[in-house]
Design a protein around this ligand. Sequence first.
Ligand SMILES: Nc1ncnc2c1ncn2[C@@H]1O[C@H](COP(=O)(O)OP(=O)(O)OP(=O)(O)O)[C@@H](O)[C@H]1O
Ligand SMILES: Nc1nc2c(ncn2[C@@H]2O[C@H](COP(=O)(O)O)[C@@H](O)[C@H]2O)c(=O)[nH]1
Length: 204
Amino acid sequence: MTFSPPQPAPVLLILSGPSGVGKDAVLERMKERRLPGLKFITTITTRSQRPREIDGKDYHFTNQADFKKLINQNELLEWAEVYGNFYGVPKSSVREALKQGSDVIVKVDVQGAASIKKIAPEAVFVFMLPPSLEELKDRLSRRLTESPETLKRRLETAPEELHQLQGFDYFVVNHDGKIDQAVSEISAILAAEKSKVHPRRVNL
Ligand SMILES: Nc1ncnc2c1ncn2[C@@H]1O[C@H](COP(=O)(O)OP(=O)(O)OP(=O)(O)O)[C@@H](O)[C@H]1O
Ligand SMILES: Nc1nc2c(ncn2[C@@H]2O[C@H](COP(=O)(O)O)[C@@H](O)[C@H]2O)c(=O)[nH]1
């Protein structure tokens, strides 16, 4: 008798959570681990580029007119206005990566996660939580990227965003100074999803 184990299906992992919880910091650390077969999608935004951000790496930065063209040409898997700017996920990047058999991680806000759940309910939805709202405020303030107005807007939105947790499959608490622990938990979620006997195959 010949035997070969099942081929795991590529996983589409959607990472969400309030602004400042640490999604980018955790994803950066995850990239350093160079896990084979894992692709991180760079999304598109009309937000102004921050001093240390790199176009094409942190985001594809664009203007509102070009963003609207992408919407009209149906190039975005989802898009949303978040904290006063537009953000969207390039559909072709996600499709291509999944077609190649890679696992894919996409970072979006809670609106984006809800939209993707309608289009691809087989994706795995992970919500990153802060240890407390005080810590969230401290992190966002320490990041020094926000004006008093945008800081207020992002923090005021956080409680509503935290209410969306019930629509997610998993939560990961990003404890203070424990980025590696959050990376390990997300990696464990990916590993568990890839070991499913009945995998959730994403069809885009
Ligand atoms: N576990 C942690 N402990 C302490 N500080 C952290 C931790 N994780 C992230 N940070 C810091 O918190 C700040 C916010 O993190 P980050 O920018 O990654 O958040 P984010 O969730 O990606 O925010 P946004 O949704 O606005 O893009 C950064 O200065 C980051 O270095
Ligand atoms: N719905 C989408 N949300 C996105 C996308 N790319 C990023 N984001 C989220 O926007 C906020 C703000 O990000 P910031 O870089 O300005 O701090 C944050 O929650 C991101 O996760 C996207 O393509 N679609």
